[in-house]
Design a protein around this ligand. Structure first.
Ligand code: NAD
Length: 435
């Protein structure tokens, strides 16, 4: 079987490498020459654990190649669409220009027997529209949404919780083709659901909407906890023990970010508006607002502590939107750093992997090469991304390297008592201070 993957970003590069690792002759296509150049050498253009090994194995074995020439998809049995669907400028809706352009570019190179399988996250109704565009070529279209998490992308692609196939009514051939592609994964007993186009599209965005809602729910509890002196982490532990609720995704803090949840809930709401269901998903606006307010809260807490010590220098630990990723798209930590800087604060930031992406996004931000450099002359320390490296910091050692005695833990991840024991005031989000 021959596979093509159009779009080699966080999703597509991993998917292409995973397909090659399953034994398929795979070609990855992207319009970004620099990205393709790196991928050709077997180097991931971004940080993702496990991907370098997978890429190198495929490239060295000759089963995985990369190109900017879309005509090389000719002869593929399955063409996956993995291009970006970012937020449209000046609107909450998804920008589908990349999806449309990729489909358009494929048309001369596909035909009877080709399956075009969309993986990008798209507004409900998109798959049917694209199926109509593809139909005259004789190719079929399916929507096969992707649920991978950055930081676990390889694992999630090769051992997913479930596979969802959205197909046209009675299109058994496309189901059989996808079953063939995923045979190795299905053999492990992975759940596989065959649904129609609209359901497949909704499964993806509703899963993200649910996860975002869960995070904003606990962050709303954090807001209240701050007023009444409750501890939101204890609250989460207590409600999370109820199996109907569950503890995962109940970590209060700086909130969600990245290239998916924020833009997906906005696009979902925008699509619901178009469908006359603005009210149905109106709560997602609240989810978004609660999430963004946490960033303001973190800025206010840092500002307050700077005022208290009469300083203006902040060490920001972490810039990526989550640990084990270099992705800074809509990153809360980067957003807070940028806002502090705009207010005239002197920010020195450090992230183990996201320096390059953060520098591209906010060129004026001072990003240093180590924790020590970031904290050396700081007045207040702040934790924006819960990298293991920061969780592992020894507070006693930190205390010898900085005069700062306050840390604002934006992820409620540090052992507050251990830090307090060596003289730090630890400020969490939604928790009483520890000193
Ligand atoms: P990305 O921006 O990292 O990658 C998109 C890639 O598509 C870029 O490399 C871009 O150059 C390329 N591209 C754009 N137009 C093209 C064209 N016409 N032909 C070929 N290549 C083209 O984005 P991503 O994070 O990989 O996300 C891709 C899609 O997957 C989005 O819809 C996203 O919502 C969805 N998704 C992402 C994740 C994730 O964790 N990143 C998880 C699940 C779903």
């Amino acid at each position: 079987m021959k596979i093509a993957v159009i779009g080699c970003g966080y999703l597509g590069a991993v998917h292409a490498a995973a397909m090659a690792s399953l034994g398929y002759e795979t070609v990855g296509v992207d319009v970004d020459e620099a990205k393709i150049e790196r991928l050709r050498r077997g180097e991931p253009p971004f940080y993702e654990p496990g991907l370098p090994e997978l890429l190198k194995a495929g490239v060295d074995a000759g089963t995985l190649r990369f190109t900017t020439d879309v005509s090389e998809v000719a002869g593929s049995d399955v063409v996956f669409i993995a291009v970006g669907t970012p937020q449209r400028a000046g609107s909450d809706a998804a920008d589908l220009t990349y999806v449309d352009a990729s489909i358009e570019s494929l048309l001369p190179h596909i035909g009877e027997g080709t399956l075009v399988a969309g993986k990008s996250t798209v507004p409900v109704g998109t798959a049917q529209r694209l199926a109509d565009i593809v139909a005259p070529t004789g190719a079929a279209l399916a929507w096969n949404p992707e649920f991978l998490r950055e930081g676990f992308a390889v694992e999630d692609t090769l051992t997913p919780d479930r596979l969802v196939y959205g197909v046209a009514d009675g299109d058994d051939a496309s189901v059989a083709r996808l079953d063939e592609v995923y045979a190795g994964i299905l053999a492990r007993g992975t759940d596989r659901l065959v649904v129609n186009f609209a359901t497949a599209e909704l499964v993806k965005v509703s899963a993200n909407a649910f996860l975002a809602t869960k995070i904003s729910f606990i962050n709303a509890m954090a807001e209240l906890s701050e007023t009444v002196g409750a501890d939101v982490t204890q609250l989460a532990d207590a409600i999370g023990l109820d199996a109907r609720i569950g503890r995962r995704f109940l970590n209060a803090g700086l909130g969600f970010g990245g290239g998916c949840l924020p833009k997906d809930i906005r696009a979902f709401q925008a699509r619901a508006d178009e469908l006359g269901h603005g009210q149905t998903l109106g709560f997602l606006r609240e989810v978004d607002q609660i999430n963004l307010r946490r960033r303001d809260r973190m800025v206010a807490l840092i500002d307050g502590e700077l005022a208290a010590v009469g300083g203006d220098r902040v060490a920001m630990l972490g810039l990526a939107f989550k640990p084990n990723s270099d992705d800074v798209r809509d990153s809360p930590a980067l957003d807070v750093s940028r806002t502090l800087q705009e207010r005239g604060r002197v920010v020195k930031a450090y992230d183990p992997e996201a320096s390059e992406t953060a520098r591209r996004s906010v060129p004026t931000l001072e990003i240093v090469g180590s924790v020590d450099e970031a904290i050396r002359n700081a007045d207040v320390l702040a934790l924006g991304t819960e990298w293991q490296q920061f969780r592992d910091l020894d507070p006693a050692e930190v205390a010898t390297k900085t005069a700062a005695r306050v840390i604002v833990d934006g992820r409620n991840t540090l052992d507050a008592r251990a830090w307090a024991a060596v003289g730090f005031k630890v400020i969490g989000l939604g928790r009483p201070d520890t000193a």
